[in-house]
Write a protein that binds this ligand. Structure first.
Ligand code: XMP
Length: 320
C-alpha cells in the first residue's frame, strides 16, 4: 500500500539520480508550505548541495523573516541565503498605486534580485519549484481557469529559461493535503505545514494606495494582532486565510474628548477548499471585538476596523 514514507524514499532516490554529485540546486523559499517542503525534501536528498534563497522584499508580515531563518536553522541542512532587498522593492514601488502595476513591478524586481544572487552559485544547474499537481493542471491551458488572467500572479516562471536552469519540481504529483503530510514526514513543524497561503507580492497588495514604510508598518501591526487573536481562539487551522488590509481612506472618530481622523483597517477571513471560490468566515463576534479594540488601541494611526463580508465570487480573496 501507498504510504508517505514510501513516497518520500522514492522521491529522494529520484532526486539523487537526477542531480549529479558536483551539481547544486537553487531553491527559492518564501516561508510558505510548498517551498518549505520542497526545500526540506531536496535537503534530505542532497544535503548542503541545496542553496535556498529567501528574498526579503520589505513586504513581509511581522516576524516572517525571523521565522524562516529559525526554521532552517532547526530543520534543514541546506544553505540559506537571506537577501535584504527591501530598499530595492520599496524604491521601485514608490508612488505606485495601481494594483496591476504594483504586481508587475514586484515580479520584475524579484526576478532581478533572484538572478543576481543565483549567478553567484557555482555548479548550480537546477532550479527547484514547489509546483503542485493542481498547478500543473491549471497551467495546462484550461480555458476555465480565469484566476491567472484576473490578476497578474507573479511567480518565477521566466527564470529557468533565462538563467539556463533546468527545472526540478519534486511536488508535481501531489495535492496540497499530501504536501502537508510529506512535510510532517520530513519533520517540519505542524505550525509550518498548516500555514495559510501568503501572496508573492506580499503586503503591497494589502496596502491599498501608496506603499510606504510607514503604512506597511501600520498594516503589519494590525495584521499581527488579528492573527494572534485568531490563533488564541484556536481558529487558524479551521480557516483558509486571514489577514488585515490597510485602506487608503481616513475616517472620523472620537478618542477621549478629542476628534480623530485616521486610517481604516479591514479584516478579511475566508473559508475555502481551493481558493478559487471562498466564503467569508462567520468569526465569533467576541473575537472580532477583541481584534478591533486591540488594533485601535495598539496601532497608532488607525481609528476604525471593518470586517469584510464579501464571498468569492464576486469578490477576490485579496483586495488588489
Ligand atoms: P484571489 O485574490 O485571486 O487569491 O482570490 C487567490 C489566492 O491566491 C493568492 N494570491 C497570490 N499568490 N502570488 C501568489 O503567490 C500572487 O500574485 C497572488 N495573488 C493572490 C491569494 O492570497 C489567495 O490565497
Amino acid at each position: 500500500t501507498w504510504t508517505m514514507e514510501a513516497y518520500l524514499d522514492q522521491a529522494v532516490r529520484a532526486i539523487r539520480e537526477r542531480v549529479g554529485p558536483d551539481e547544486r540546486v537553487v531553491c527559492g523559499v518564501s516561508g510558505g508550505v510548498d517551498s518549505s517542503v520542497t526545500a526540506a525534501l531536496l535537503a534530505k536528498a542532497l544535503g548542503d548541495r541545496v542553496v535556498c534563497i529567501f528574498v526579503d522584499n520589505g513586504l513581509l508580515r511581522s516576524g516572517e523573516r525571523a521565522a524562516v531563518v529559525d526554521m532552517f536553522g532547526r530543520h534543514s541542512e541546506a544553505e540559506l541565503r537571506v537577501i535584504d532587498a527591501s530598499e530595492r522593492f520599496l524604491t521601485a514601488l514608490e508612488g505606485e498605486t495601481d494594483p496591476q502595476r504594483k504586481r508587475v513591478i514586484i515580479g520584475h524586481t524579484f526576478i532581478d534580485v533572484f538572478r543576481d544572487e543565483a549567478k553567484s552559485i557555482p555548479g548550480a544547474r537546477f532550479l527547484a519549484q514547489g509546483t503542485l499537481y493542481p498547478d500543473v493542471i491549471e497551467s495546462g491551458g484550461s480555458p476555465d481557469a480565469p484566476a491567472a488572467t484576473i490578476k497578474h500572479h507573479h511567480n518565477v516562471g521566466g527564470l529557468p529559461a533565462e538563467l539556463g536552469f533546468e527545472l526540478i519540481e519534486p511536488l508535481r504529483d501531489l495535492f496540497k493535503d499530501e504536501v502537508r503530510r510529506l512535510g510532517i514526514e520530513l519533520g517540519l513543524p505542524e505550525g509550518q505545514v498548516w500555514r495559510h497561503p501568503f501572496p508573492g507580492p506580499g503586503l503591497a497588495v494589502r496596502c491599498l494606495g501608496a506603499v510606504t514604510r510607514e503604512r506597511l508598518e501600520v498594516l503589519r501591526r494590525a495584521d499581527a494582532i488579528f492573527l494572534e487573536e485568531l490563533r488564541a481562539a484556536g481558529l487558524e487551522r479551521a480557516t483558509g486565510q486571514a489577514f488585515a488590509v490597510l485602506l487608503p481612506v481616513r475616517s472620523v472618530g472620537v478618542m477621549g474628548d478629542g476628534r480623530t481622523y485616521e486610517s481604516v483597517v479591514a479584516l478579511r477571513c475566508v473559508d475555502t477548499d481551493d481558493f478559487m471560490t471562498a466564503d467569508w468566515t462567520r468569526l465569533p463576534a467576541e473575537l472580532l471585538a477583541r481584534a478591533s479594540s486591540r488594533i485601535i488601541n495598539e496601532v497608532k494611526g488607525v481609528n476604525r476596523v471593518a470586517y469584510d463580508i464579501t464571498s468569492k465570487p464576486p469578490g477576490t480573496i485579496e483586495w488588489e
